[in-house]
Design a protein around this ligand. Structure first.
Ligand code: ADP
Ligand code: MG
Length: 661
């Protein structure tokens, strides 16, 4: 029958600051299943080093180690972790329980890494076994030293190990509590578990059946007090060490493990509220800016679309200024510049067969008064064609006629906003309003175009063109001529014809540039999309910078967190966490932090967007896509920037971590 543990010529050498330190100098040792072994020796003799090698936490410098007949030097780190989690339980002098974590969760932790079901039931069971059923919800700082060590023993037992390594388990306890722990270890041995205990107190060693003394890295004595109780006496070896262990399979990550990592990440964030909040700030500000800017950008785009649709299709607009002046507003046309006249409009109608109609317009701002209500609004003088060309048929009432225009009648159509401002809920049609002190009869209400971005499309009055020019605004010239083509395929020819005609009518010699601007809808649209492309680019840059800044904040705090929690990482590894499990734990923590920042940013950004539209009247539209985008980008930032710290954590060797102060 192969022994449970078999060491041959095991050495361990540390190289410190150029010197070498031979801690173990050739240890031969075999331990049968069911034994209770005390390892004794002076401080610094290598007891802990030996225990760590036996417990697969460390590898020997030379020599061979067979555990249940399996040569462990052939195992990878993660295979070692898997084997450790199934066969070995540890009890440390320092207890090494996770702070702020209940006794039950501490005990259940190793099962997380084996993926065994029934964690709650099993952890309650082993806690009952160590007599702590009534302390399951206590955190370590709510337990006495002896109780903490009993929790640690329960944790070592939870995966039904074959061997328990206890490195000075009573070193930090008062004698009474120490006795309790030793009794517990004896009981476990009686139930068949092999126990290896490091101690330097002879009366404690008396609990063991076999005492091995080490001095200067060598075994100096090996005495047996009694036959192994647990093993031979009960004849449980058949299924035990007699069988050779196989190389353990490294398990896939389970959903339960992921959820547990999320829970522990949130716990860690809550434990350091201020620090976490400050680290999230970068992401939060970035996401806020992106959400708010996207919403405003989207609102602006929507308002541009509204404006475009209110212009109607197949339109070409003629403005009285050179393209070099920039902009398209008719109002900036100065007196010395070209002028568009009614005659120009009439001539354009006949310029090309592809022209369906052409109509002049003037714009101005006026004050409209009804009763004690008044409203500053914009005035458009238009010809009756305006209704069809600009999708502005009277929603209620009627549009004016050519006769009314020619007679310069004082009739008006009001936009919905003006109606609300002046009439509230009552019917405006048939009433008389004062427009710049001139009485107008309301004959209709314009269709609702929607409030768009920086300008309310519905805050306007439309009156006949000639009335506007002669009676209200006192103008001789048109602000714009709108030309409708018979179809989109005509646009190019029509523009060429109109340009030629206008150059002729304005008597422009060949060497002079146009003194007017012609724009078709495609060009207007292109100009607007061009602007929104620049806007998107800027937005992208802002987002990228803020996510980088935010990511660095997260990376920084994760590095701090990893070095702060070196002991915890070491412990997790000792109880069976693989590299990947530790990597994922810290990645999740980083992602959780950045996602929290992202979510707060989304909330804040949305409030800003809604605030803007509520108080400043800007159109701001928060789309579900932008929220999703912000969410995934912030989570992604955590993963990307958390990767390095998480990898650092995953590469920590368990003993270095456990020795870390
Ligand atoms: P014991 O548990 O018997 O008191 P240890 O096994 O902890 O002793 O340590 C044995 C010797 O090895 C000590 O002299 C210690 O300083 C040294 N040692 C332990 N770990 C390291 C390490 N990581 N690097 C260098 N020296 C170490
Ligand atoms: Mg020690």
């Amino acid at each position: 029958m192969a022994p449970l543990i078999e060491l041959r010529g095991v050495t361990k050498t540390y190289f410190v600051g150029g010197g070498r330190l031979d801690v173990l100098k050739g240890i031969d040792l075999s331990v049968d299943e069911g034994d209770f072994v005390a390892i004794m020796g002076p401080s610094g003799s290598g007891k802990s080093t030996l225990t760590q090698i036996l417990g697969l936490l460390d590898r020997p410098t030379s020599g061979s180690y067979k555990l249940m007949g399996l040569d462990v030097s052939s195992l990878s780190d993660d295979e070692g972790a898997a084997l450790r989690s199934r066969t070995i339980g540890f009890v440390f002098q320092m207890f090494n329980l996770l702070a702020r974590t209940s006794a039950q969760d501490n005990v259940a932790l190793p099962m997380l890494y084996t993926g065994d079901p029934g964690r709650e039931k099993r952890s309650a069971e082993v806690l009952a076994e160590v007599g702590l059923s009534d302390r399951m919800d206590h955190a370590p700082n709510q337990l006495s030293g002896g109780q903490q060590q009993r929790v640690a023993i329960a944790r070592a037992l939870v995966n039904r190990p074959k061997i328990i390594f206890a490195d000075e388990p009573t070193g930090n306890l008062a004698s009474e509590q120490a006795e309790e722990i030793l009794h517990k270890l004896s009981d476990l041995n009686n139930s068949g578990i092999t126990v290896l205990m490091v101690t330097h107190e002879p009366d404690i060693a008396a609990y063991a059946q076999r005492v091995i003394r080490i001095k200067d890295g060598r075994v100096v004595s090996d005495e047996r007090n009694a036959a192994p109780r647990g093993g031979a006496g009960r004849n449980r070896t058949k299924a035990g060490s007699g069988a050779t262990a196989s190389v353990p399979a490294v398990r896939d990550l389970s959903l339960e493990e992921l959820l547990e990592h999320v829970r522990s990440a949130l716990r860690a964030i809550r434990a350091n509220k201020l620090r976490s909040a400050l680290s999230m700030l970068g992401i939060l500000i970035g996401v806020t800016a992106v959400i708010a800017m996207l919403a405003i950008g989207k609102g602006a785009q929507k308002s541009v679309e509204t404006q475009l649709s209110s212009l109607g299709s197949n339109l070409v607009m003629l403005f009285p200024m050179s393209p070099r002046m920039g902009g398209g507003g008719a109002r900036s046309a100065l007196g010395s510049f070209s002028r568009l006249s009614m005659e120009d409009a009439a001539a354009i109608r006949r310029a090309h067969p592809g022209i369906a109609r052409a109509a002049g317009e003037v714009q101005g701002s006026v004050q409209a008064v009804y009763g004690d209500k008044n409203s500053n609004t914009s005035l458009t003088g238009a010809e009756p064609e305006y209704a069809d060309m600009r999708n502005a048929q009277a929603y209620y009432g009627r549009f004016f006629t050519h006769e009314e225009n020619d007679r310069m009648d004082r009739v008006a159509l009001l936009g919905p906003t003006v109606v609300t401002n002046l009439f509230g809920e009552s019917d405006p049609v048939g009433r008389t309003v004062n427009v710049d002190h001139i009485k107008f009869k309301v004959i209709g209400v314009l269709p609702r175009k929607g409030s768009s971005g920086f300008q309310d499309q519905d805050d306007k009055i439309v009156i006949p063109l000639k009335t506007a020019m002669k009676r209200v605004l006192g103008r001789q010239f048109l602000g714009t001529i709108a030309i409708e083509t018979t179809g989109p395929d005509q646009t190019e020819d029509v523009m060429a014809a109109v340009r030629a005609l206008m150059r002729k009518r304005h008597r422009l010699p060949d060497y002079k540039e146009d003194d007017f601007t012609l724009r078709n809808m495609a060009e207007i649209q292109a100009a607007l999309t061009g602007t929104s492309k620049i806007f998107s680019l800027l937005l992208g840059i802002v987002a990228a910078i803020s996510l980088i800044v935010g990511g660095i904040g997260i990376m920084n705090i994760m590095l701090v967190s990893v070095s702060e929690r070196t002991r915890e990482i070491g412990l997790r590894k000792a109880i069976g966490a693989t590299r990947r499990a530790v990597l994922i734990q810290f990645l999740i923590e980083a992602a959780a932090m950045s996602t929290c920042g992202g979510l707060l940013g989304i909330a804040l950004g949305m409030s800003i967007a809604f605030g803007m539209s509520y108080f400043a009247g800007w159109a701001a539209i928060v789309t579900p896509q932008s929220v999703l985008l912000a969410f995934f980008f912030s989570a992604g930032t955590g993963v990307v920037f958390g990767f390095w710290p998480a990898r650092k954590a995953s590469l920590l060797s368990p003993i270095e971590a456990l020795r870390y102060e």
